[in-house]
Design a protein around this ligand. Structure first.
Ligand code: UDP
Length: 469
């Protein structure tokens, strides 16, 4: 007869991309701090980058119940993965699923709960088959998740498909967003004019199966997305809104007197260039706009130049992350551009972003509106200019500008004059207005994380639920 496990033991499996890996590591550490054993499962590809660029293995040594495990994503090493997300996704479904099942069945320390990214519904199939409870994590915003849940309604009402025309047409069948959502604010794949588009099918079907999970963990907080969370609860009543995870962890570590770990951990899949912190140290308070488009967004050389001219002409100081693979056809930042930046700007290939956004010299963020970046900015009270690239980013940027009034939305344009105008608006002309609303939201976020706040209590509830499984 099998004996009950001495310690609750969860298996955490993030979607193998920078954003989800980042936030689910924070979740893993929060659970470790509550004496829950964690097996953290990453693809071999992600593992090779983690050991190259981070201190993850030594960092987790302080948690005896933590172990890092790897699994194949079934793709050749030189596959571009993030750039060809659907290929990665299909391979995970076909090749990783049987390996995942084998691992789950053979694990010596019995798994009491699987916590996986809810976009990987195959993890739920396996957990159900084996009889292990599972909880999904959605690492996108609740507002975008809600939109995915509404895809059938959008199709039924005839609002989908459309073919990229009349992008300012209002969208009416997404409850809670009737006043401000337009076609152009729907995830980019909605513009294809084709209902059989693989992304529409994928997000529709994955959402349909999400309610099978015991609950949904969301990296958000109630004061930010309350009205949308109320809509989502109609489909998934058991929501654990415990974000922003990175600040939640920071606060727990600060309160954990026994902790010798640094407050900020890095899970970067690129080498962080710390020299930008010294550069920021020498800049006046709130004078710098931080510019970064995350780990996946690509731009053309023309777009790079429009941003560059716009930033330089704004006469504001800027810190700009340009990944070596960010500009199509270029392997590095053109030398003349780097040279011409020196007066007021600083360019790095990858920054310690959480630290940058928390720095006193940073007063604005020109972002692609990835959900992690958005939350990291919100909790530090940094107003944003949004240049969404794809997927959930189109939705997030509309919420930032219209629902939360935390900045400006520059989607679908890339013009030096507009960049210059928006940077000046955010950093100079409308600075007080945006700073005020950003400070207010940051304060609400911190309140949610403090003792008795919604994120704090929801984490306690999650831990309690896992322990009683
Ligand atoms: N990030 C970072 N350094 C950089 C740029 C990004 O550490 O120079 C981190 C950032 O803090 C965030 C993640 O990479 O946690 C990007 O996730 P997000 O969801 O914003 O966008 P994605 O990369 O998935 O498009």
């Amino acid at each position: 007869m099998e004996t009950a496990p001495a310690q609750p033991h969860v298996l955490i499996f993030p979607l193998p991309l920078q954003g989800p890996v980042n936030s689910m590591f924070k979740l893993a550490e929060l659970l470790c701090l509550s004496n829950i054993h964690v097996t953290f499962l990453v693809t071999q590809h992600i593992h090779s980058r983690l050991v190259r660029f981070t201190d993850v293995e030594s960092r987790f040594k302080r948690y005896p119940g933590f172990r890092l495990e790897t699994i194949s994503d079934g793709l050749p090493e030189d596959h571009p993965r993030g750039d060809k997300f659907m290929e990665l996704f299909d391979s995970l479904k076909v090749n990783t699923k049987p390996l995942f099942k084998k691992l789950l069945m053979s694990d010596g320390r019995k798994i009491s709960c699987v916590i996986a990214d809810g976009i990987m519904g195959f993890t739920g199939d396996v957990a159900l088959e084996i009889g292990v409870p599972f909880i999904y994590v959605r690492t996108i915003s609740a507002c975008c998740l809600w939109l995915f849940f509404c895809l059938p309604k959008l199709i039924q009402s005839g609002e989908l498909p459309f073919d990229g025309d009349d992008l300012d047409t209002p969208i009416k069948s997404v409850a809670g967003t009737e006043d401000f959502l337009r076609r152009r604010d729907l995830p980019s794949f909605c513009r294809s004019g084709d209902l059989s588009h693989p992304n529409i099918q994928l997000y529709k079907s994955e959402c349909e199966e999400n309610p099978r999970a015991y609950g949904l963990i969301l990296n958000t907080f109630d004061d930010l997305e309350g009205p949308i969370l109320a809509q989502l609860r109609k489909f998934c009543p058991n929501l654990y809104t415990i974000g922003p995870l990175h600040t939640h962890l920071k606060m727990k570590l600060a309160g954990d007197m026994a902790s010798s770990a640094p407050a900020i951990s890095s899970n970067s899949l690129w080498k962080e260039d710390m020299s930008c912190i010294a550069w920021l140290d020498s800049q006046p308070e709130k004078s710098v706009i931080y510019v970064s488009f995350g780990s996946l967004a690509l731009m053309t050389k023309d777009q790079l130049l429009e941003f560059w001219y716009g930033l330089v002409n704004s006469k504001c100081r800027f810190l700009w992350v340009i990944r070596p693979d960010a500009v199509a056809g270029e392997n590095e930042v053109p030398a003349d551009l780097k040279e011409g930046t020196k007066e007021r700007g600083y360019i790095v290939e990858w920054a310690p972003q959480e630290e940058v956004l928390a720095h006193k010299s940073v007063g604005g963020f020109l972002t692609h509106s990835g959900w992690n970046s958005t939350l990291e900015s919100v909790i530090e009270g940094v107003p944003m200019i949004c240049w969404p690239y794809f997927m959930d980013q189109q939705v997030n940027s509309r919420f930032v500008s219209e629902a939360w009034k935390l900045g400006l939305d520059m989607k679908d344009t890339c013009d030096r004059v507009i960049v210059e105008k928006m940077v000046k608006d955010l950093m100079v002309d409308r600075k007080d207005e945006f700073s005020k609303s950003a400070d207010q939201m940051a304060m609400l976020g911190k309140k949610c994380l403090g003792e008795g706040g919604s994120s704090y209590c929801n984490l306690e509830r999650l831990i309690h639920d896992i322990k009683s499984m």
